[in-house]
Design a protein around this ligand. Structure first.
Ligand code: SAH
Length: 291
């Protein structure tokens, strides 16, 4: 690890800076029809369903419709149909039709603006239920599978701390932040780790900690976790991750090479894990080491 890496775990709010946040509070509310406005609207609609966390920077400011002002952060994503909370609602309805019933998870999916995690050229496809490229031969996962895996991992319980392997663009981490108290997410590709930081920074989500490293090793310094979710498929689940589950904790992972399946592993005793195979899925491969 380089000296720079040792700055992690990194509290997202520390990336954006606490000072900056209090400055922002003293300023008048930003009154533009920007993606953040859609996010606020969505959070407002979804708020009653969301128990674990809300996103401070987004649900405290009143969303007001005025003329859009140019902004370097959002101009490439500010096309009005894309930011419509209704489009996201329709996406969530489709996910629910496919059998996801956990209202906390569905509320989180409705609240997180997926188009902000996708490059502008593809953002027209942000709310179709598909995986999309995020660069470096990786993809943002399908909304259905994101919701399904979180639902299975959560199993109706309150999640204290969750570990995600494969941050990618940061979308799933953002969804998890509304479902669990603390979210740790590891990415092995430095450029994607940076991309996720940049994507998440404007959302000021206080309970996500991003790490650059090999997720196959987990995060022993923070373990145990009551939920672990893998966003990349290995031939088997790394033993280190099994050992970082709490007793009663649940891990959900895609496994396999060609034909992949979702595997749920529950730690039932200090040295006992119970495994079940669920539905078929398709994920990018889990790889060792960092690049
Ligand atoms: N969570 C993302 C999906 C990212 S795709 C979403 O929100 O849609 C899967 C990611 O897993 C890729 O970015 C890939 O680089 C990463 N990955 C693969 N093997 C890994 C490992 N051993 N440790 C950490 N990340 C890994």
């Amino acid at each position: 690890m380089t000296a720079k890496d040792k700055r992690f775990p990194l509290l997202l709010s520390s990336v954006v800076g606490q000072g900056k946040r209090s400055d922002d509070r003293s300023k008048p509310a930003i009154k533009t029809e920007m993606p953040q406005t859609a996010m606020r609207n969505a959070v407002r609609h979804a708020a009653p369903k969301i128990g674990a966390h809300s996103i401070p920077g987004l649900n405290t400011t009143r969303a007001t419709k005025t003329t859009p002002s140019p902004s370097p952060n959002t101009s490439s994503h500010s096309s009005v149909p894309l930011v419509s909370a209704n489009i996201r609602k329709a996406m969530v309805a489709k996910v629910a039709q496919q059998g996801v019933i956990d209202s906390l998870v569905l509320g989180a999916l409705e609240a997180i603006p997926r188009h902000l995690f996708i490059e502008s050229g593809l953002s027209g496809q942000a709310y179709i239920d598909a995986s999309l490229p995020i660069g470096h031969h990786q993809t943002i996962s399908k909304p259905y599978i994101v919701a399904r895996m979180i639902e299975i991992m959560r199993n109706g319980a309150e999640l204290k701390n969750v570990l995600e392997i494969g941050t990618g663009c940061g979308y799933q981490a953002a969804v998890l932040s509304l479902v669990a108290k603390e979210v740790y997410s590891i990415e092995r590709i430095k450029a994607l780790h940076e991309l996720a930081k940049n994507n998440l920074r404007p959302m000021r989500i206080p309970n996500i900690r991003l790490h650059y490293g090999d997720g196959m090793l987990g995060l022993p310094q923070v373990a145990p976790f009551d939920g672990i979710i893998l966003a990349a498929a290995g031939l088997q689940v790394p033993q280190a991750l099994l050992e970082q589950l709490t007793i009663g904790g649940r891990l959900i992972a895609p496994v396999g090479a060609g034909n992949q399946v979702l595997q749920l592993i529950e730690r039932v005793a200090p040295l006992e894990w119970k495994s079940s195979i669920l539905e078929q899925c398709h994920f990018v491969p889990l790889r060792q080491g960092v690049i």
